[in-house]
Design a protein around this ligand. Sequence first.
Ligand code: ZN
Length: 179
Amino acid sequence: MILSPFPGTPLITQGTGQHPEIYSQYGYLGHNGIDFNAPVGTKVYAPHDGVATVKDDGANGYGLYVVIDGPARRSLLAHLSKALVKNGEAVYQGNPVGLSGKSGSSTAPHLHWTYKLLKNGVVQNKNNGYDGAMDATEVTRLWLPQNMHHDSQYTDDARPYLSMTFASNQYIKNTGATT
Ligand SMILES: [Zn+2]
């Protein structure tokens, strides 16, 4: 089970695969994650267990971001204003890991969440056009109690992308893993 990094009813402003015209320069078919609207300083929570890595791209890319590597999944939480974890620190689902912001390449305060599946430390579906990133809302739809299609709000622009599904050869279904 994974949880949204924001509890409650977060507003999703960009879905996975949106704006291919922007993300083709990075080699992606579209946006490689989900964006949540959030005022600077909003607490960001670990969607699942794992070991934290804190990185800082400064004014570029993801800005200040935290990667959480679990046995079966990886989350990258970007554009933070502050990290609340240290490199190598074990984090558990629901732990606060940072404060949202607008660091890096970001025009407005928001949280970017990239989600990937791992197997033996190796990113799965790496050739899916998003370097293995997948639509996390697809996973939350399978794993109650948090169904982001149900619990989130989304902009009209983002709405179509929340129902996006990968081709059957790209999408890994719920494996039943519980961590
Ligand atoms: Zn984003």
